[in-house]
Design a binder for this molecule. Sequence first.
Ligand code: AMP
Length: 427
Amino acid sequence: MAETIKGPRGVRDILPEESWKWRYVLEIARKVAEDFGYQEVHLPIFEHTELFSRGIGDTTDVVEKEMYTFIDKGNRSITLRPEGTASMMRSYLEQGMHKSPRQPAKLWCVGPMFRYERPQKGRYRQFWQLDFEAIGAKDPLVDVEIIHLSLEIYRRLGLRNLEVAVNSVGCPQCRPLYREGLRSFLEPRLDKFCPTCQGRYDRNPLRILDCKKEDCKNLSEEAPSVLEHLCKECREHFDMVCRGLEVIGIHYTLDKRLVRGLDYYTKTAYEVLSGDLGAQNAVCGGGRYDNLAESIGGPAVPGVGFAAGVERIVLTMEQQGCSLGEEPRVDVMVICPEPEHRLQAMEFLASLRKEGIGSSMDYTGKSMKSQLKSALQEGASGACILGGDELTRQVVGIKNFRTQEQKEVPLAEAVSYLRNMLGLGNS
Ligand code: AMP
């Protein structure tokens, strides 16, 4: 016999036991988006590879090692999106949103992202991100709004013990100078760094600060801080972000190591970390990307945003015992003990569904006893027993599992009786 096919490594099936928790998270995110004036968009999950290689940067881990890229049947290089920001900017430019008076465009989307990473707890090859972007304004208070928005989602979800780390990565004016200063610091010590860091020295030395290996961290402890090398504009921008955060009561720490993995960041970079997640501890990350639009061929358009991993939010909430709402369940099960009356049972079931009473019935030929048992196990609030005897008398036996009360009700009155029993009000 052929071997049963399994899913690829690093991808997950989000099963019913979990999917309702996702729905809860996404509903809260959707409400916060509305409250902050962000509008939802649906973007494609694949794009021309160039969008990411030019937008994110050729020397980043994501572009160098992690993209799912293939040649399509029209001989074009296509990539499954590894993140949302570049697509959002592409859409903003392509759809002419930069010409609209409504600036910044405040947009959000949710969906799967794809990265060929080493899978571990909280790190997958297909994962979902909530992606919020404010495109078209350079005001540092938009950065504050974005950070606030991400934290407001977490606050409403009941997450605790989160840490906000903030940094500035400068801009094309001040970063080259800093990069040189950093190289001068690193050079005499370079042979002690890990091979990955050594490889980054020429191409992207800022990423050395971001290495998670203890030895590398110790070695770069005394490295010069980017914050001391910001140009006047970046300094003022950063100060305003910090003041804005303080004014709205957001506690943050300055983290000079926070450079983030993607080239497009300018000025503000930030992450929200959870102590309850282990190695993959970032629940969200983001920042400003004032050069992204130009790098993908558009006019100069500033932007700021964040992406939050849905799996990690759910994991953290479970770990912290946060409420995730209630698992949806049907209100009642229609129980038909005799196979010859199943069609009438189906008709009754359809009449309940039409009136908004969540209901289901058995399709596997179970006995009456085991149908009742399953109804209880599945968390139904009650059962409607409809056999030959009941049908002859045009009644239905309604059992309320909460009160254990059982009553015969005329079929014509079943809907209103059930709506009342379930607290659904009159239809
Ligand atoms: P990034 O786009 O790398 O800044 O990631 C933003 C957020 O997406 C992170 O803070 C995580 O919550 C989540 N994330 C990133 N990569 C993965 C992954 N491979 N698996 C699961 N979640 C991820």
